[in-house]
Write a protein that binds this ligand. Structure first.
Ligand code: TXE
Length: 501
């Protein structure tokens, strides 16, 4: 085990420099080896409030908030280029701190610069509007930045999720305070110096560390925020939302999911199995759109199940640094326990049949690993309804197309992602149209793009990431009404038919 004194300390990023905020520190572990990687600050309430105050000054200075669109475009584009040139170092950090296979992190991070490029472009091309206002009046609508915005980001895709939020907010001219997850903050902190190199004015992007229950809470309770953007659990949303409401702070929240993977008999069995593996086991099932419910039409079911189990048993769980590893660690010991509890409840209380996996495991005797697991169950059970956020997948036999749609829509309060797999063109449209979910993929899963709005219905959250929707959610709309012909004669004597509105 590495000695604590040998590991680096990574300070907060404030006003364009590393800043020490506290005596207390948090140790970041490598989930695959349980070894400490670094320490980060446990930022105190006073320090959080100082950072927000300095951020307010940065916003008021106008250096970024009133910068030309062309300047925002130039800085974000340059940041994209810098990030693209440094992908290998970010991949290494991301793999170490999340325990996810290097193959996944290479594929995911190679695309992250696109988010900076997309929002840079939106900043440059975004135009206001002129409304058809009655009379000799010109009414312009312009979008202004909000102010100091807080972004609370998670550990499962640390860099992707933080970058998509930062890019949208910065493109719109805001000052951003990011609080990354204490479990995997290292890649996000490194973005501070990268943005500085790209020319972002100091104080425009602040990155502070700490536990959610302390630092995250202090940040969200600060009354001077203009928006809170969270990706995390529903409990976190429920802790933050009342304060945000009292402070009249709008929220975007990207919470959990229980994505159905709807598999129809027009698919060859092998392709249905490929689809299920892809949807379910990326990131060891730790994504908000994990295909955690396989809803399989009965005409496909038996052959599918047999082949699925064989393929899942063959998945290579291993060292995340090894390019041939297919399944890495889960984020923490607590997560291993949670996966085990889901399996136990499914088996003991809900009559579920564990078809493969079901147990904690280790690699070379260490790490937080859980076997890829498939449990046959029925609608309405704990595993069919609730998010595991791990590699424990429910498979449910469904009698018909209508049955699949009914289970997909009614069995859970989440509605973030869903996929429909069929070779029947009409069925694809019919089912996709009836599924109640923020994102529906047809013959795909996990597909994303900076231009494509991302966010759920119901308990999966409010608002959207990505796309023009995200950009606009980081702005406020100002209406300027310019009169060039209506005289203010209302209270003059003997005036008939004057207009006041
Ligand atoms: O998330 P948390 P956790 C879901 C998933 C998972 C569950 C819990 O279901 O099992 O959430 O995961 C910060 N005030 N998702 O516990 O705690 C925290 O420090 C302010 C879905 O890891 O919500 C971190 O930065 N901030 C999701 C961030 O919230 C607080 C990704 C997320 O951590 C806070 C992650 C508070 N009171 C989990 N409490 C997705 N949609 O991809 C915590 N935080």
């Amino acid at each position: 085990m590495t000695k604590m004194s040998n590991i680096p300390h990574i300070s907060n990023w404030v006003n364009g420099a590393q800043a020490t905020a506290s005596a207390e520190r948090i140790t970041v572990l490598n989930p695959a080896t349980e070894e400490p990687l670094a320490t980060v600050e446990a930022t105190t309430q006073d320090s959080v409030n100082d950072v927000v105050e300095q951020s307010r000054r940065a916003f008021a200075s106008g250096t970024w908030s009133r910068a030309d669109a062309s300047e925002r475009y130039a800085v974000l584009s340059k940041a994209a280029g810098l990030l693209r040139s440094r992908i290998p170092e970010f991949v290494e950090l991301e793999t170490l701190q999340t325990g996810r296979p290097i193959r996944e992190m290479r594929a995911q991070l190679a695309r992250v610069p696109e988010w900076l490029e997309y929002f840079a472009s939106l900043a440059r091309v975004h135009e206001g509007r002129v409304t058809p206002f009655k009379g000799p009046v010109i009414n312009t609508l312009t979008r202004l930045p909000l102010g100091v915005v807080a972004q609370i980001t998670p550990w499962n895709h640390p860099l992707l999720i933080a970058t998509k939020k930062m890019a949208a907010a910065l493109a719109a001219g805001n000052v951003v305070v990011v609080k990354p997850s204490e479990l995997a903050p290292m890649s996000v902190i490194r973005m501070g110096s990268l943005f500085r190199e790209a020319g972002l004015p100091d104080g425009t992007l602040q990155i502070i560390n700490g536990h959610g229950r302390d630092t995250g809470r202090y940040l969200c309770e600060n009354p001077h925020l203009a928006k809170i953007d969270l990706t995390g659990g529903i409990a976190t949303y429920q802790a933050i939302a009342p304060v945000a409401a009292l402070n009249m702070v709008p929220m975007t929240a990207e919470l959990g999911g229980k994505a159905p993977v709807c598999l129809f008999p027009s698919l060859p069995v092998d392709r249905a199995v490929q689809a299920a593996l892809f949807a379910s086991f990326i990131a060891s099932g730790q994504t908000c759109v994990t295909g955690s419910r396989l809803l399989v039409h009965q005409d496909l079911y038996d052959g599918f199940l047999e082949s699925l189990v064989r393929r899942v048993e063959g998945l290579k769980v291993g060292d995340p640094q090894d390019p041939s590893t297919q399944i890495g660690a889960v984020i923490s010991r607590a997560s291993v326990t949670r996966c085990g509890e889901f399996v136990e409840r499914a088996r003991k209380s809900d009559g579920g049949r564990v078809l493969c996996g079901g147990n904690p495991t280790t690699v070379d005797g260490k790490g937080f690993f859980f076997e890829p697991t498939v449990v046959e169950t029925v609608p309405g059970t704990d595993l069919a309804r609730n998010e595991v956020f791990g590699p424990v997948i429910a498979v449910i036999r469904c009698a018909s197309e209508d049955d699949i749609i009914r289970v997909a829509n009614n069995d859970t309060a989440f509605a973030l992602g869903a996929s429909v797999w069929t070779q029947d063109f009409a069925q694809a449209h019919r089912v996709a149209g009836k599924i109640e979910s923020g994102i529906v993929w047809v013959n795909g899963h996990h597909l994303n793009d900076p231009s494509s709005p991302w966010g759920g219905f119901g308990e999966s959250g409010v608002g959207k990431e990505n796309g023009q929707e995200a950009f606009e959610s980081y702005t406020k709309l100002k209406s300027t009404v310019i009169n060039y012909g209506i005289e203010p004669t209302w209270f003059d004597p003997d005036i008939q038919g004057a207009r006041y509105g």
